[in-house]
Design a protein around this ligand. Structure first.
Ligand code: AMP
Length: 227
């Protein structure tokens, strides 16, 4: 199964992708994580990407597309994957369709995480991340037991540079300008599933799993010639 998670920053795509990848044995591919890794490793790609990330703007299509092209052909993607944060522009979506077509595949579903701007700002400005294991916290909603310290590994918690308020506002603006069009693109393709993303993490996971299970059931009916 090949799935895309589409939605504004802070909608919970990463958290849901982690759970779903465990439940359904799918690889979780986060374009943001891949880019941040490149930045940390000091690669040329990382150096080119960093300036855009820090400003809350999109990294040029070519850089991101190359990273994803390399990633989706790896062995752990054979059973399928969840793309989290990619595509983010219409041209990335078109290239992705082509890439998959060349591999004899296609996207099965695109989940659109619907959430208000107010909730995004609250979520992102309070988000903290463990520098050692990458675990996610929120100063109000998911606080660590000890302030600034990860419950899981004792690592230090930090705030992503692009989670600072002014960068968050820029990221939301960029989302409206460049990514929102994808909702219609996938709606037209008939594979868009909207997920209300204001509620708690568990009920969102439940809804996503329901949609996937219902789709698998109808696919089996079609294969059996029932419909
Ligand atoms: P994320 O972790 O998904 O919020 O991504 C963090 C940042 O990485 C974004 O604000 C962009 O600067 C960059 N980025 C991630 N994915 C993409 C993409 N598909 N296209 C362009 N830039 C991206």
């Amino acid at each position: 199964m090949r799935i895309v998670f589409l939605g504004p920053p802070g909608a919970g795509k990463g958290t849901q992708a982690e759970t779903l990848s465990r439940e359904k044995k799918l690889s979780h591919i986060s374009s943001g994580n891949l880019l941040r890794e490149a930045v940390e490793n000091g690669t040329e790609t990382g150096r080119k990407a960093q300036q855009h990330i820090n400003k809350g703007q999109l990294v040029p299509d070519k850089i991101v597309v190359d990273i994803i092209r390399e990633r989706i052909v790896k062995n752990d993607c054979k059973n399928g994957f969840i793309l989290d944060g990619f595509p983010r522009t219409l041209s990335q979506a078109i290239v992705l369709d082509e890439m998959l077509k060349n591999l004899g595949n296609k996207l099965d579903m695109v989940f659109y995480f619907a959430i208000s701007k107010e909730s995004i700002v609250l979520r992102l400005s309070g988000r903290r991340i463990c520098a050692t294991c990458g675990a996610n916290y929120h100063i109000k909603y998911v606080p660590s037991l000890e302030d600034g310290i990860c419950d899981k590994c004792g690592g230090k918690l930090y705030q992503r540079t692009d989670d600072k308020l002014e960068t968050v506002l820029e990221r939301i603006k960029v989302y409206h300008e460049q990514t929102e069009d994808l909702i219609n693109y996938y709606k037209k393709n008939g594979i868009l599933k909207e997920i209300e993303s204001e509620s708690n993490v568990e009920s969102i996971t439940e809804n996503i799993l329901k949609v996937i299970d219902n789709a698998s059931k109808s696919a089996s009916f079609v294969n059996l010639g029932v419909v």
